[in-house]
Design a protein around this ligand. Structure first.
Ligand SMILES: NC(=O)c1ccc[n+]([C@@H]2O[C@H](COP(=O)([O-])OP(=O)(O)OC[C@H]3O[C@@H](n4cnc5c(N)ncnc54)[C@H](O)[C@@H]3O)[C@@H](O)[C@H]2O)c1
Ligand SMILES: [Fe+2]
Length: 379
């Protein structure tokens, strides 16, 4: 049996109101001048203002940087680095969904690595250049989807080509995550649905991915069980319990997907690159189709996922039917047409999907032709 390596993430403080621990944590760690990175929407929300005023009341000197794009680009990272320099900040706090936390993490990298940001692109082996120390980094999620807060990578696009690059290094892991479900209570239904389906996709694809990683499989199955019990409620009638379960399950998905992702993420990534589709929405629409593609050869794993979903029909088709019905209950479209995909896009989408990094870990191989057929069936 080959030797395996299993890595697990950072310290997570989880629970209702836990974000109130932030000022004391900073003071204990002799950090006085945080750069807080968020997005323009969150910067205007009451919970964000409360966090900032709490930090100020503790005598800390705060600089807020929120000037970022919906799908973050390189210039956002450069501008944020200038804000860090100008304020002579001594640490970085990322507060937000995947977009804001990714920008925070990319600024973290850039502070002591000033060559062109994309020199560090993991897809061309750039992680080997991440050799210097990085500042202290704290992550605070406000969506329950990407789980970026427990990750080690940041997805940043080129300003002109919109091509997405992945910055990766174990050094980019947050020192601590404050995961407070109260911050997610007022997420609008559409964002709850799309980000929640991203989390479900992470757990399902990680569970099926072909790498050997029983620890991640156990986490992924429990993540699936939590989402099955909580997502619909969190979208339609949010409670603290459903928000808590979703926040945990999103972190579990991101922990589990170090095992690998699969065909669904490869179908989704080109839609964000080409059509600016939200990452979670693109996964949600493609998930039932991608899972149907995966049934043959993975019947036993589908039976175990059906058990976690607590559905009657414990077969692959039962899981696929459940996913279509779940999407309908949380108002996610069932067809790609409804999210702006047209016949004329399919060839480019299939080319990009085939070139994507996620599907080599899919349980069965996916050809360019398979991608085209999958897009056609979902259109
Ligand atoms: N690093 C990773 O491992 C990883 C993995 C997958 C995706 N991503 C990236 O994550 C991003 C997507 O992240 P996301 O799905 O969390 O979406 P997001 O960060 O784009 O947020 C979605 C929307 O929700 C709003 N919002 C966030 N929190 C809110 C709150 N509490 N109340 C009200 N509104 C709130 C935001 O302002 C934004 O408009 C993409 O940029 C994607 O590339 C990163
Ligand atoms: Fe994802």
């Amino acid at each position: 049996m080959p030797i395996s390596q299993f890595n697990f993430p950072t310290l997570i403080r989880f629970g209702e109101g836990v974000v109130a621990e932030l000022p004391a944590y900073l003071i204990k760690n002799h950090l006085q001048k945080p750069l807080v990175v968020t997005d323009p929407t969150i910067a205007g929300l009451p919970f964000f203002k409360l966090i900032v005023s709490g930090l100020q009341a503790s005598g800390l000197s705060i600089e807020v940087f929120h000037n970022i794009h919906k799908n973050p680009v390189k210039s956002d990272v450069y501008n944020g680095t200038e804000a860090f320099d100008a304020a002579e900040s001594d640490c970085i706090i990322g507060i937000g969904g995947g977009a804001a936390i990714d920008v925070a993490r990319a600024i973290l990298l850039r502070i002591n690595h000033r060559e062109d940001l994309f020199k560090y692109d993991d897809l061309i082996g750039g992680d080997v250049y991440v050799t210097n120390e990085v500042p202290h980094f704290i992550a605070i999620p406000t969506t329950a989807g990407t789980g970026s807060e427990v990750g080690r990578s940041a997805i940043i696009a080129d300003d002109l080509t919109h091509q997405k690059k992945i910055l990766f290094s174990p050094k980019l892991l947050a020192k601590i995550v404050f995961a407070d479900p109260l911050l997610t209570m007022d997420l609008p239904p559409f964002i709850t649905a799309a980000t929640g389906m991203d989390a479900l996709t992470h757990n399902m694809e990680a569970f099926l991915a072909k790498n050997y990683h029983p620890i991640c499989e156990g986490i992924a199955l429990e993540g699936i069980r939590l989402i099955a019990g909580a997502l619909e409620q969190a979208v339609n009638h949010p409670t603290l319990q459903s928000r808590s379960d979703m926040l945990l399950a999103s972190m579990m998905g991101a922990i589990a997907f170090q095992k690998g992702l699969g065909v669904v993420h490869s179908l989704a990534h080109p839609m964000s690159a080409l059509l600016d589709t939200h990452h979670g929405l693109a996964n949600a629409v493609n998930l039932p189709y991608g899972m149907r593609f995966n049934i043959a050869g993975s019947e036993e794993k589908f039976r175990r996922m059906a058990e976690a979903l607590q559905i009657q029909n414990k077969t692959g088709e039962g899981v696929v039917d459940y996913l279509f019905e779940l999407n309908a209950r949380i108002n996610i479209p069932t067809k790609l047409r409804e999210v702006g995909v047209e016949v004329k896009h399919l060839d480019t989408l299939a080319d990009l999907a085939f070139a994507d990094f996620a599907h080599p870990n899919n349980p069965k191989p996916v050809s360019r032709n398979d991608f085209k057929t999958l897009y056609e069936s979902a259109l």
